[in-house]
Write a protein that binds this ligand. Sequence first.
Ligand SMILES: Nc1ncnc2c1ncn2[C@@H]1O[C@H](COP(=O)(O)OP(=O)(O)OP(=O)(O)O)[C@@H](O)[C@H]1O
Ligand SMILES: [Mg+2]
Length: 264
Amino acid sequence: MLKVNRVCKTFNAGTINEKRALVNVNLHLHPGDFVTIIGGNGAGKSTLMNMIAGVYPIDAGTIVLDGKNISRLSESRRAQYLGRVFQDPMMGTASDMQIVENLAMAKRRGQRRTLAWGVTRAEKEEYAERLKILGLGLESRLTAKVGLLSGGQRQALTLLMATLTDPKLLLLDEHTAALDPKTAAKVLDLTEQIVGERKLTTLMVTHNMNDAIRMGNRLIMMHEGQIIYDVRGAEKKSLTVKDLLQKFEEVAGGELANDRMLLS
Ligand SMILES: Nc1ncnc2c1ncn2[C@@H]1O[C@H](COP(=O)(O)OP(=O)(O)OP(=O)(O)O)[C@@H](O)[C@H]1O
Ligand SMILES: [Mg+2]
């Protein structure tokens, strides 16, 4: 489904601020793979997501999604194949637009702008149905402005929007890190439910090692722009946090340091 082949990215090449963010990264995902990603601060986790989404061009290598080489496509062209949810609940939705307008926008992603903006009754019913799954009562607030929602509600809505058109790949970058623990747990439950039901191929960065072990069918650990550990199936499920920390020390020769991990 996704083939990241020997991808390299260096920021500020040739200056004193040169940073090799991704070094020859190879990652192949099968359809329906749900991969959790952990690693220390600056390991390259977000950069990997950004390279796949086309936020910055890659320096070398290729990215193939569902058999199509997307390496040179613009971010907006790739958006039609991808669903994305970031750490910041304010980023995925438009505050001064209604819930229904946000959903309609997500639904029309990648389509030509000449499309009429009317939202049909059938569409509204579909959105209400989907919103019900969230269990937040948003289905009765279709015309409410998104700016009125809490961070957790917005993040749940962003997740719904990101998965509305069954993306070929869902990218989640610490999407619950800014939420309180209870809300974060709720959004993670929703994530598992939606990904499971729609069999979405998913990459999820998390600073929570328990979540990384518990969720998905595969776990990768990144360090200094490289994938240093890749484990799946029963072996992954049987891991403990202690195993992961040990593994990190073994391969990276130091302690795994991540500010959000320490705060959680
Ligand atoms: N746009 C950019 N310009 C310059 N350097 C960047 C840019 N984006 C990332 N970097 C650098 O690349 C490295 C990898 O950053 P990245 O954001 O991918 O780390 P991360 O694994 O997501 O870390 P964190 O857990 O802190 O989110 C870091 O050294 C970072 O400073
Ligand atoms: Mg990051």
